[in-house]
Design a protein around this ligand. Structure first.
Ligand SMILES: [Zn+2]
Length: 100
């Protein structure tokens, strides 16, 4: 399922996303930001960087869920190219975070 064209497309998408995140950080810096939104934007960067690195250096493992090892569906990667968990594992993780 993980073909080269799909990966190149995701890579391009991730780099665009990274650029948008960095630009919005610059904008926020200029205009007295809501600290909460900065936090969320900054939080996105490491997962975007990790996904870019994975496609560039370890592409066989891109799209594999780090929680259960299943293949993350293409449809999910199209929306969240930086996803490293399948929907099921993501839900479990979010529940755990909410409990804390
Ligand atoms: Zn999973």
């Amino acid at each position: 399922m993980v073909d080269r064209v799909f990966l190149e497309d995701r890579l391009l998408h991730l780099k665009g996303r990274r650029k948008a995140v960095v630009e919005s950080l610059v904008d926020y810096g200029k205009s007295m930001p809501n600290p909460h939104s900065i936090y969320k934007v900054t939080e996105m960067l490491p997962s975007i960087e990790a996904a870019i690195k994975k496609i560039e250096t370890d592409r066989e493992n891109y799209g594999i869920c780090e929680g259960c090892g299943c293949e993350i569906p293409d449809a999910r990667l199209l929306i969240f190219p930086e996803a490293n968990l399948c929907k099921k594992c993501q839900d479990i993780k979010e529940k755990q975070l909410n409990v804390q």
